[in-house]
Design a protein around this ligand. Sequence first.
Ligand SMILES: Cc1ncc(COP(=O)(O)O)c(C=O)c1O
Length: 394
Amino acid sequence: MSKLSGSKKAAQFTESVIREMTRLNTFHGGVNLAQGFPDFPAPLDVKEAACAAIRADVNQYAVTWGAPPLREAVARQFTQRFGVPIVPDEQVTICCGSTEAMIATMMAIVDPGDEVVVFEPFYENYGPDAILSGATPRYVTLHEPDWTFDPDELAAAFNEKTKAVIINTPNNPTGKVFTREELEAIAVLCRKWDAIAISDEIYEHIIYDGHQHIPIATIDGMSDRTVTINSLSKAYGVTGWRVGWTISPPSLTVAIRKVHDFLTVGAAAPLQEAGVVALGLPDTYYTKMASDYQRRRDTLMAILEQHHFRCFTPRGAYYIMADISQFAFSDDVAFARYLVKDVGVAAVPGSSFYKDPAKGRTKLRFCFCKRDETLEEADRRLAKLMLPAAERVH
Ligand SMILES: Cc1ncc(COP(=O)(O)O)c(C=O)c1O
């Protein structure tokens, strides 16, 4: 076989379906409810801080594992919110978004043959992350409508080869917020099998109806075996800045920093300065953000339900999983393509969130981190989607 081909590793996963939907959406001039990025402005003070940093010539490499003021701000915020002491010099590593934070963590802690437990439906990066780091993923299903897991199924996924479990709370795509009892059940297994929890908490501030975000690092005995992953992307609406971080026990930090160094050297220096301002925003910023998102959630749920989708109410994050079985499409991907091409609204096929695509065939994910006008436009376009019309296309 010619050597002018990609690696076996790269052949094991496909292009991101979410990014593909965004591309199709641009091509067809649709309303993008596929990719989770806000179409409204980021906080002014944070943008001003970035501009000021560039003008002040903070334009060269920052310290590889992160500018000290940002690492301190990350540690301070986590300790203030959750009461867990964090030493920035030993525990915080700034990366290029939580995307890099996750792959750097996986490559730093996993050896080929190690197993990593992944809840599904999952954020689509975790599969390729596992492949690239040589891990064997073990999937545990979150069952609708509440997206709970069966404790026996979870226990069966752990064994002596388990190196880590990936948790994402609040969860993309389901909006599930893991409860204390659930996190305790996971913690028991981590302690039993000496496994690490890698917890993606980038939606921690986007939470509804009085639900509470609990980091697994706060559960008894877990701060020493948890890597918490977060970023500026979602909390401050700056997904294009690519600034994220890990908070890890010192025993894992050295390895994470080494991998991070050779993957990217470091995150954008002026944007790290602006990150300090972002993390210093008052509590009222977060309260308003969450209530604004809750309003958008209610708006999009009402729109989708009016257009015959059955929605699972998200408790956090900014996505709605919707059931599409009533449209009589056998294939969620064909439905998503039809929706973007003929109706003009992009969503993500449910199958892209499951190891076994069959489990997601009756679902689509819509995001609502959008202006009211955008959601209203989606509403207008979805009017084309009448049940009989959808059946005709099929
Ligand atoms: C659960 C989850 N983790 C990570 C990311 C990527 O975040 P970042 O922009 O920080 O790389 C996303 C983006 O949608 C996400 O939903």
